[in-house]
Design a protein around this ligand. Structure first.
Ligand SMILES: Cc1ncc(COP(=O)(O)O)c(C=O)c1O
Length: 357
């Protein structure tokens, strides 16, 4: 029996998508084989791949100035691929607003001079530095930030307007609402939250930025080489790509990103409103920086954490444990988590508070 899965990633996937995959698992169409057994160079697979890319472009309204790539290596790989390509012999600006931007900075620092142009580490990443506080350097190759810090549940909701290449780690927020892609020179996102199974990394890159890449790198590290071969420089993660395509179709059929924006804001406000009106639960994040995808909360008495986790699990509410680095609880409420799941979580939290509060 399927339960409500609040995992930060790999995360819940729409049941409609999973059941279509189940139906097609043994044989895709009348191909005589599973999609997993098919050459990525075959005509049939090519159709699947091309369709998925087009659906992604349609959903996000990706302008023709940008290329969409289906890569491997996770968002972590982008932590080094970005500076390797664009900050060689140079320096780059980074905004530090949580654990993932901190990791991106640590990796980039091995490859280039990093200017941390704004940081919220002083207050334990309980807010994000506002754009006015970003102290841009004169000659940096690009500005990197993480609009949604998955661990702290801290978001920068407005994409900043800057006079430099803007690069964003959107792993836990991509496809949660419409986005003005034209503001960005590069967006990357691991698939395992709002897109599909792990193993796939989406990259949206401005074609003009690709012209600036480091030509001395091996092909596998060069965006242009992936682009020239339609993301098939080597064997791509074929199954994850196919499933991502199904998720994109499901998003389209559901009403696109406007629909998910409305749903996601409703889900998040349902949970935050309940937490804010309780003396037992609290969320440490500054209101304007609260994430709509990852909602951390703490109990008034952390001795009750293990009881909360045990009883929530018994009630069909899974993976509510906060990240090991911050503790407490966290509910990740990506696109595939319906409002019903949030309502059940809130009902459980009320009962738990009445019992132990
Ligand atoms: C914002 C963010 N960036 C990067 C990562 C790392 O992603 P991956 O494990 O795909 O390398 C994660 C994973 O949770 C994330 O949430």
């Amino acid at each position: 029996m399927r339960k409500w899965n609040f995992c930060a990633g790999p995360a819940v996937i729409s049941e409609q998508v999973l059941s279509e995959v189940k139906d097609e698992l043994l044989e895709w169409g009348d191909s005589g084989m599973s999609i997993m057994e098919m050459s990525h160079r075959s005509k049939i697979y090519d159709g699947v791949a091309v369709d998925a890319k087009q659906d992604f472009i349609d959903i996000l309204n990706v302008p023709s100035s940008h290329e969409v790539l289906f890569l491997q290596g996770g968002a972590t790989h982008q932590f080094s691929m970005v500076p390797l390509n664009f900050a060689h012999n140079n320096n780059a600006d980074y905004v530090l607003s949580g654990s993932w931007s901190k990791k991106a900075i640590a990796e980039a620092s091995k490859l280039t001079k990093v200017n941390t142009i704004a940081s919220s580490e002083n207050l334990g990443f309980s807010y994000a530095p506002t754009q006015e506080d970003w102290k841009h350097s004169k000659d940096s190759a690009y500005v990197h930030y993480c609009p949604n810090e998955t661990i702290q549940g801290v978001a920068i909701h407005e994409a900043p307007d800057i006079n430099n290449h803007l690069i964003a780690d959107m792993s836990s927020v991509i496809l949660s609402e419409p986005l003005d892609v034209s503001k960005f020179s590069l967006i990357y996102a691991g698939a395992q939250k709002n897109i599909g199974p792990a193993g796939l990394t989406m990259v949206i890159i401005k074609k003009d930025l690709m012209k600036l890449e480091n030509e001395n790198l091996p092909n596998i590290l060069r965006y242009s080489k992936h682009s020239e071969s339609d993301s098939m420089l080597n064997t791509p993660p074929t199954f994850a790509w196919y499933m991502a395509g199904k998720v994109f179709k499901w998003i389209k059929q559901s009403g696109g990103l406007e629909f998910f924006k409305e749903q996601n804001h409703l889900k998040a406000s349902t949970l935050y409103d309940f937490i804010d009106n309780s003396d037992f639960y609290s969320n440490p994040v500054k209101i304007e920086n609260r994430s709509i995808m990852n909602v951390p909360f703490i109990l008034a008495d952390n001795d009750l954490d293990s009881v909360f986790l045990k009883e929530s699990e018994e009630n069909g509410l899974l993976n509510l444990k906060g990240h090991r680095s911050v503790g407490g609880m966290r509910a990740s409420i990506y696109n595939a988590m319906p409002l019903e799941g949030i309502n059940e979580l809130v009902d459980f939290m009320k009962v738990f508070e009445a019992k132990y509060g």
